[in-house]
Design a protein around this ligand. Structure first.
Ligand code: FAD
Length: 262
């Protein structure tokens, strides 16, 4: 479907609300036998004309449907207050159309060759950063079912309701129980009133050095790779920078070339 970076208009087939600010939008291809043609971890560009704007606004999104899925493409979109494109996407209804361009050049490409180099992959996602994380975790596990690459996902969010795609991640975890480990961390201190709470979710928990050391171990080994995708706060804390010096991952002994920030 996405070849040669040509603009393509796709129709919305369905819209599902996943949380108070996140929706899953399904776009149908003109031909039901088509697949996306995207690679792990490609993104597509979406462009639209937000209300009262002459100029189009363009933003990247990472599809969460399988790359080999025939007939449609799913985006999971978090709406930001006053966000130009995310607000527009949240107004879409079945039958509406949206322009796409893709695949977005650059980024990280996971392949069969990469899989042989990495025996252990750590994926750390914050909020809507779960979309490339989910795509990559599923790709590593499904496309190479006999592969030796093990995956740990650390998914941090504000509340348990913000853990979008948790159902899909849990299904993946059950299918690949010996290769995938999930860690859910939410900053809310306890389940909201009226909610039972999830026993596999750590409440009042943040991504810290000691917590990651508990998950990943203290000693680094060859063949490890870390992927980070989240809001700037979590990315800065993990990889560091001029303002805050060494990041958590460096403290844990990861080398710069073992870390990829989406
Ligand atoms: C490679 C890539 C893939 C992406 N995939 C997805 C995806 O699958 N799903 C998804 O929901 N988003 C994804 N994003 C983010 C997306 O591209 C937009 O940045 C996001 O939807 C906000 O755009 P907007 O036009 O609505 O907001 P803007 O009009 O650009 O910004 C409005 C306000 O929201 C704040 N804001 C914007 N983006 C963020 C952010 N990421 N974190 C915190 N505050 C923010 C801004 O500071 C501003 O105050 C991806 C980004 C990249 C780079």
């Amino acid at each position: 479907m996405f070849r040669g970076f040509r603009p393509t208009s796709l129709r919305v087939q369905s819209v599902e609300s996943l949380s108070h600010n996140t929706k899953r939008l399904r776009f149908e291809y003109p031909n039901q036998t088509l697949t996306s043609g995207l690679q792990l971890t490609s993104s597509v560009l979406v462009f639209c004309w937000p209300q009262k704007s002459w100029l189009p606004a363009i933003r990247p999104y990472t599809p969460v449907s399988s790359l080999n899925q025939c007939g449609f493409l799913d985006l999971v979109v978090k709406k930001y207050p006053h966000g130009k494109v995310s607000s527009h996407l949240h107004t879409l209804q079945p039958g509406d159309s949206l322009y796409f361009l893709g695949p977005l050049p650059g980024g990280y490409r996971w392949s069969a060759a990469t899989a042989t180099e990495h025996s252990q992959v750590y994926l750390i996602a914050g909020g809507s950063g779960i979309t490339p994380t989910y795509q990559l975790a599923r790709g590593i596990l499904e496309e190479n079912p006999d592969g030796h690459t093990k995956v740990q996902v650390v998914f941090g969010a504000n509340t348990a309701q913000d853990l979008v795609l948790k159902k899909e991640l849990d299904t993946l975890q059950r299918r690949f129980a010996d290769r995938l480990q999930m860690h859910y961390l939410v900053s809310e201190a306890e389940p909201s009133v009226g909610e039972a709470g999830n026993k596999d979710v750590s409440y009042g928990a943040r991504v810290t050095t000691s917590r990651l050391q508990q998950f990943f171990g203290a000693k680094r080994q060859g063949g490890e790779k870390v992927f980070v995708c989240g809001p700037p706060g979590i990315e800065n804390a993990l990889v560091g920078g001029k303002a805050n010096g060494r990041g958590i991952l460096e403290e844990l002994g990861f080398e710069k070339d073992q870390i990829h920030v989406f």
